[in-house]
Design a protein around this ligand. Structure first.
Ligand SMILES: [Zn+2]
Length: 415
């Protein structure tokens, strides 16, 4: 967006191998990824095929429905701030503003929405997708959804190193449950998105710390399967019915009707978020683009797993927040220890596991005062009832341990 045109000027004037800062590097990145990994083509084609079969059908998102209105999709977000200099360590406020911009644009509530020209107004869509910073990390520990990590690397290329701790970046959180956004000193581009269908460790978007305006809206558009409005070739196809064909990108801030590819009388839709027009001059996603994005959330779709994310649930563990690096997080303390009632019990006890669904499917053991296991029970619910009627009167212990080291130790009296 912003610096694209300038970059071309610099290249033309200097005719030296200066690499321009361009607004979005997603297309080039994706072409390169497909060249480097031929196996990826199949995965990407599968996603594309799924979108094609689904985008025509009506949205069925029962699991995501809230209230009696339209289904609303809420995506948990984790932001990895990878900084070397202080300026790159962008503030919580800047990140909050970025998330707000995402929501305003995806919900057709951004003040710039009124700038959509009348000729395209009927096509403009509320995409009914929202974004929230995560409240629980993958281990259900409390989080602000923002990770700050100092790095010795002074800048980054579009080669994904920033997505790996071993390369001085930070590892992705499970892409099935979170949208990962890395913010860093990205050279040559304002941002880029992974290819929908690529491996989980690379899934997400990368943004330059200096481009936290609407770049995120454009890149999340790619992350949700959208292509550039000009279809990445001269008068190309973006796979969307209601976006006009368009010859090429529109850097800067165009105005008036611009006819290309016989798209009269309305002309190019250069104010679409998937063009590279300046921030102030982009203001809509179309209904067709909404359909394509929402297709990924249907059962079997690439982003369907986000509905099962616990990223926005209440955390189970509170840890002392570390100001900078979460990689050395301290041992979590338990927020809500599972409880057992009634105590004493006669025929039945109930184990209350709070919100910790990770216990489901695990076994709990009851042992007597001599340490002998007398019963085993598999957990199938948050409020797990256990029949103890056949136990003799006396004192018993209920124990369980998970692979992640979390344990339950409770004592009760059988009457
Ligand atoms: Zn792009």
């Amino acid at each position: 967006m912003r610096n694209f045109f300038m970059g071309i000027l610099v290249l033309t004037v200097l005719t030296s191998p200066v690499i321009a800062q361009q607004s979005c590097y997603s297309f080039e990145y994706q072409q390169q990824a497909l060249r480097n990994n031929p196996g990826l083509t199949v995965a990407v084609q599968q996603v594309e095929q799924f979108i094609l079969t689904q985008q025509g059908s009506a949205p069925v998102l029962q699991t995501a429905s809230i209230g009696k209105g339209n289904p609303l999709i809420t995506i948990p977000v984790v932001v990895h701030v990878i900084y070397n200099k202080a300026a790159e360590n962008v503030s919580d406020q800047a990140i909050a503003n970025m998330i707000k911009t995402l929501n305003l644009c995806f919900r057709k509530m951004h003040p710039d929405t009124i700038k959509t020209p009348a000729r395209f107004n009927g096509l403009s869509a509320d995409c009914e997708i929202e974004f929230k910073l995560a409240t629980s990390d993958p281990q259900r520990r409390a989080t602000t959804g923002i990770i700050r990590k100092y790095t010795p690397a002074s800048n980054w290329d579009t080669d994904d190193k920033v997505k790996f701790a071993a390369q001085s970046g930070d590892n992705a959180w499970d892409a099935k449950s979170y949208l990962n956004i890395w913010i860093c000193n990205l050279r040559y581009a304002d941002g880029y998105s992974s290819i929908p269908g690529d491996e989980a460790a690379k899934d997400g978007i990368v943004l330059s710390y200096g481009a936290l305006g609407k770049t995120v809206v454009h890149e999340v558009g790619h992350w949700l399967g959208l292509k550039h409005i000009w279809g990445d070739e001269f008068c190309g196809d973006d796979g969307i019915d209601d976006t006009p064909p368009q010859s090429t990108a529109t850097p800067g801030c165009a105005s008036g009707i611009r006819i290309s590819c016989s798209n009269g009388p309305d002309g190019d839709m250069y104010m679409n978020y998937m063009d590279v027009t300046k921030d102030a001059c982009v203001n809509l996603f179309t209904k067709g683009q909404k359909k394509r994005m929402q297709a990924l959330f249907k059962n079997g779709g690439l982003r369907y797993s986000l509905f099962a994310s616990t990223g926005l649930k209440e955390p189970l563990y509170q840890e002392t927040p570390l100001p900078q690096d979460t990689a050395t997080a301290t041992r979590p303390t338990i927020l809500k220890q599972p409880t057992l009632f009634p105590n004493p019990a006669s025929n039945e006890v109930t184990l209350d596991l709070g919100n910790d669904l990770q216990w489901v499917g695990k076994a709990v053991y009851i042992s007597n005062a001599q340490g002998l296991t007398v019963m085993q029970h598999q957990v199938s619910a948050k409020l797990q009832r256990i029949d103890v009627s056949r136990l003799k009167a006396g004192m018993y212990f209920l124990n369980a341990k998970r692979e992640d080291g979390v344990t339950i130790k409770q004592k009760f009296i059988k009457l």
